[in-house]
Design a binder for this molecule. Structure first.
Ligand SMILES: [Zn+2]
Length: 99
């Protein structure tokens, strides 16, 4: 049985821009962000961490994905339901215009 690791994607790594000697490796950590004074935790959020100096960089794709998720103009998953009939309807009297 010959083991073939060709199916495994190559490990992504980049040289650290800060210390120029370390390697940025992709790690998954819990990410914290704020949205309208509400702290949001995102588990398994990808972040690049240098194995030498500990420099951290956010993953661009993940940040974009997160910004889309938190965008107020896109997808409002929790819309408060309006109770029907809760507010009494105002009845306009059109006859009040008459002198
Ligand atoms: Zn570094």
């Amino acid at each position: 049985m010959a083991q073939s690791d060709s199916e495994k994607p190559p490990e992504e790594r980049y040289p650290c821009p800060k210390c120029a000697g370390g390697i940025l490796r992709l790690r998954y950590e819990t990410h914290f962000t704020w949205l309208h004074n509400v702290m949001i935790t995102v588990p398994d959020f990808p972040v690049w961490v240098c194995d030498l100096c500990g420099h951290r960089e956010d993953d661009v794709r993940a940040k974009r994905w997160l910004s889309i998720l938190l965008s107020p103009t896109l997808g409002r998953p929790t819309v408060p339901r309006q109770e029907k009939g809760a507010s009494p309807r105002r009845q306009r009297s059109s006859e009040s215009a008459s002198p």
